[in-house]
Design a protein around this ligand. Structure first.
Ligand code: ADP
Ligand code: MG
Length: 621
């Protein structure tokens, strides 16, 4: 007898479930995506014990017809596509028809659902892939899934789960993204019966961001709205003060779907590069809209990866869109964080923390362990009761000031013509008053109702940097010969890059010639950059060019290297310079497009307003 046999359906489902269902958060993602596809406007997610004992997802969407219910749990059963051709015009989040069968294979699942047109709904139970119950029942229109005892029949997978707190943290993270991806849907999240998240579903992205990241974040948001014939980009980016040390607050959505893409991250980070310190990453909630036939989302079962028809054009579009948005903003960080208004506990922005701030409902995030900590006990002790009272009072006040913020949001819709005059412009220059030097490093300048503190080193560095950059732009770049030449061994791809960008290399001051076989000799490098004549740095440039395939990026990385040159040449802190020298520096600064940040992304100046000073002296409250 032969050895080959076809696996039983249960086994097939369990194996497949391994791909789709890694942890409770994956179930939440799949079920909520189904609710979104069913056009729900309200979605409630509840979990207990990190989702191990219960995951409930309730929506007010279209529901599933009685006769369709058993079909929905079959592998590859979907109402969303008919054939492969439909994949090209995909507008739904689901389409593979494997979530419900996978969830049912590894848990005890109950479904209660009713469509608007049916009088009675359906109660259906399925455990480990086996139907247990299928009956008619009265139910509200919409769908509720109850997923109990996850991985009860696959103990090996259960072992890989982390603590309930960690799993709850993953669920919250996924829900955060889903809420940001659909601000027109109201999301509620309950963990062990405590509300952790509630978004209004008003369609206003700022309001959703407010609920997730807290009040303070609102003051640092810049709206983005740019379109080309092929792509539309809308959403919000954070000013440099919202930057973090990891990419955790970079949120990208494609046609309503959260996705992760190194290409997009690189594009956006490049646009932010002049404003951010190294190893800082921006805050973004950006929605891309692209014709579905220009992308492929069927790359991975989780569907968080996307392939683009033209990677290069998406890269350039995204970078330039954010670049131009940032260029239109005036970004002088306040010297002190905006004073928290006395009557509201303003949510702090925890440095390098990624967990959204949800007023006091927020679980504590420990950046060292990357864990989220919830309150130990649900039974309040006496001091906790007092705290609870205090917090409730605060919450009431936050809600009040929240109302005010909403008004602010509507009010603050940007109108290009309403932009205030730039602080640094030739007309405003006349009204500066240079007061003097502080700590032999900072220059004090009075301008209208502001006191500017200008870092002399950063200012000088920026001016030098721009001068060198201008020479580069004008292609007045002297070549500096390197003897002996630097020999590079290039792969086929790298050689293609060299051929393709030959002109750019030459323009930027490189002299490169074949040296036999796959070897190439770099005989000349840009004059200001002798340190670039090293194999490592040159190969880095090739790597970058290969990754982005974009001449601008190449020029940009050369400029990064220039930044360090200008840094060395600039006047240092703790060095006395004369008022006349400072005046001259100011004159040069104001000619720059972006005088606010030095080439490393540190602020050149900070501002303190008269109101802030008067508050300190209690002249105003
Ligand atoms: P997919 O989403 O890829 O189609 P699923 O296994 O997730 O596959 O769901 C199977 C089908 O069940 C869906 O195509 C849809 O018709 C139906 N369905 C699942 N969840 C819901 C829901 N919350 N509301 C309405 N219909 C649903
Ligand atoms: Mg689905």
């Amino acid at each position: 007898m032969g050895k080959i046999h076809v696996l039983k359906q249960d086994t097939v489902d369990q194996i497949a479930a391994g791909e789709v269902i890694e942890r409770p958060a994956s179930i939440v993602k799949e079920l909520v995506e189904n609710s979104i596809d069913a056009e729900a406007t309200q979605i409630t997610v509840e979990i207990r014990e990190g989702g191990l004992s219960l995951i409930r997802v309730t929506d007010n969407g279209g529901g599933i017809a009685f006769d369709d219910v058993p079909l929905a749990f079959l592998r590859h059963a979907t109402s969303k596509i008919n054939d492969a051709a439909d994949l090209c015009a995909l507008t739904s989040l689901g389409f593979r028809g494997e979530a419900l069968s996978s969830i049912a294979a590894v848990s005890q699942t109950e479904l209660i659902t009713r469509t608007a047109s049916e009088e009675l709904g359906c109660r259906y139970r399925i455990e480990g892939g086996r139907e247990i119950l299928n009956e008619r029942t009265g139910a509200p229109a919409g769908t509720s899934f109850y997923v109990r005892n996850l991985f009860y029949n696959t103990p090996a997978r259960k072992k890989f789960l982390k603590t309930p707190m960690t799993e709850a943290g993953h669920v919250q993270e996924i829900l955060t993204r889903l809420a940001l991806s659909h601000s027109e849907i109201s999301f509620t999240f309950l963990n062990n019966e405590h509300e952790k998240l509630h978004t209004p579903g008003s369609g206003n992205l700022e309001e959703t961001v407010y609920e997730i990241y807290g009040r303070e974040t609102l003051h640092h948001l810049i709206p983005v709205a740019v379109s080309s014939p092929a792509i539309k980009l809308t959403g919000l980016i954070g000013d440099p003060q919202l930057a973090r040390s990891s990419r955790c607050n970079e949120n990208y959505f494609m046609n309503g779907r959260y996705f992760i893409s190194p290409v997009i991250s690189k594009a956006i980070e490049e646009a932010f590069q002049p404003y951010l310190m190294q190893h800082k990453y921006p805050f973004t909630v950006l929605h891309f809209t692209i014709d579905p036939d220009q992308i492929d989302v069927n790359v991975h079962p989780g569907k968080t990866e996307i392939r683009f028809g033209s990677q290069q054009s998406v890269f350039v579009f995204a970078r330039d869109a954010v670049r131009s948005t940032l260029a239109d903003e005036e970004m002088i960080p306040g010297a002190a964080p905006p004073a928290a208004s006395a009557d509201a506990p303003s949510a702090k922005i925890p440095e390098s923390s990624c967990t959204p701030v949800i007023s006091d409902r927020k679980p504590k995030y420990d950046p060292d362990t990357s864990r989220i900590h919830y309150k130990k006990s649900d039974v309040p002790s006496e001091p906790e009761k007092a705290k609870e009272f205090f917090l409730n009072e605060m919450r009431r006040r936050v809600t009040m000031s929240h109302e005010q913020d909403r008004k602010e949001i509507k009010h603050a819709t940007p109108v290009a013509e309403e932009k205030p005059e730039r602080i640094f412009s030739e007309t405003s220059r006349l009204s500066y008053r240079l007061i003097g030097q502080l700590f032999r490093t900072y220059w004090l300048v009075e301008f209208e109702d502001k006191l500017l503190l200008i870092d002399q080193h950063a200012a000088h560095e920026k001016v030098l940097f721009e001068q060198i950059k201008k020479r580069y732009a004008k292609e007045e770049i002297p070549v500096q010969m390197t003897a002996p030449p630097v020999i590079l061994r290039l792969t086929i791809n790298e050689q293609q890059i060299l051929v393709k960008y030959k002109d750019v290399f030459t323009r930027m001051g490189f002299e490169i010639e074949p040296f036999g076989g796959d070897d190439f000799a770099v005989r000349g490098v840009p004059g200001e950059l002798p340190s670039i004549a090293s194999q490592d740095i040159l190969m880095e440039l090739f790597d970058e060019l290969e990754a982005t395939d974009d001449a601008d990026t190449f020029v940009q990385s050369l400029q990064d290297k220039l930044a360090s040159v200008s840094c060395k040449a600039a006047v240092k802190g703790h060095q006395s310079i004369s008022a006349a020298e400072m005046e001259a520096l100011l004159d040069q600064l104001l000619l720059l497009e972006n005088p606010y940040f030095c080439p490393h992304g540190r602020p050149v100046m900070v501002a303190v307003t008269q109101a802030e000073i008067e508050k300190k002296f209690k002249r105003i409250v």
